[in-house]
Unconditional design. Structure first.
Length: 212
């Protein structure tokens, strides 16, 4: 019994130490932000100049709302549509679509709110529920990347931008090569606020090209 107890406290000690070390988690708590996710988007915005007041933005995979919270402060006077099947903490002026992107009903709702308008930016932090089976998880995460790219193709204005979370692995190189044909630039970035041990990176695709 004594042995089990010390093993348990050893792992919780390590967890506690990591949390304390983790400056971004600490900062998020201090500032009352929903999560470290907020800082990832802030770092991408500061580096690429993604956001301006009055922009029209679609955010996919928005729950619990860390990015949404940041976007609400940056696109004042614009249109912000956020989508996730899970609850999203959002301000009253934000259009919240509680649905799975890729399903017909969700698609229709987005189009109703767009009323024929195009977007300046499509963001996706969508991630699948991981099963632990690496090839299956990678395939499902690439499906979500494709869905985000599809949203961009349909609704971005010429010159618009796409930011999408990608897990490094099978399919990424081919996706990047293909996306380079449709955008002026595509950069793969790991924000400092993203955990070093995670395979997560973000593709920042800028200057959407209209190809007939
Ligand atoms: C890492 S979390 C997003 C965190 C969010 N950016 C934030 O700042 O709070 C990933 C989210 O993707 C959502 N998701 C996964 N597949 C989706 C889909 N097809 N449509 C919409 N959301 C999806 C999940 O429900 C989950 O809430």
């Amino acid at each position: 019994m004594g042995k089990n107890k010390s093993r348990r406290s050893g792992s919780s000690d390590r967890w506690l130490k990591r949390q304390r070390r983790d400056v971004f988690t600490r900062q998020a708590a201090e500032l009352g932000r929903l999560s470290r996710a907020h800082f990832k988007l802030q770092q991408l915005d500061e580096r690429f100049g993604l956001l301006k007041p009055r922009m029209k933005v679609l955010e996919l995979g928005a729950a619990p709302g860390g990015w949404t919270n940041y976007l609400e402060q940056r696109v004042i006077g614009g249109l912000l549509i956020v989508c996730d099947p899970r609850p999203i903490a959002a301000a009253a002026q934000t259009v919240v679509i509680e649905g799975v992107y890729g399903e017909k009903e969700t698609d229709q709702e987005i189009m109703e709110h767009l009323e024929g308008r195009t977007l300046d930016l499509v963001l996706s932090d969508m991630a699948p529920n991981m099963t632990g089976i690496r090839t299956a998880d990678q395939a499902r995460s690439m499906d979500l990347v494709e869905l985000a790219a599809d949203a961009a193709s349909r609704w971005l204005k010429p010159g618009g931008n796409l930011v999408v979370k990608i897990f490094q692995g099978e399919g990424v190189e081919a996706w990047v090569a293909n996306t380079r044909k449709r955008f002026g630039t595509v950069k793969m970035v790991k924000p400092k606020a993203s955990r070093a041990e995670s395979r997560e990176v973000y593709a920042v695709a800028q200057e959407f090209l209209v190809i007939d």
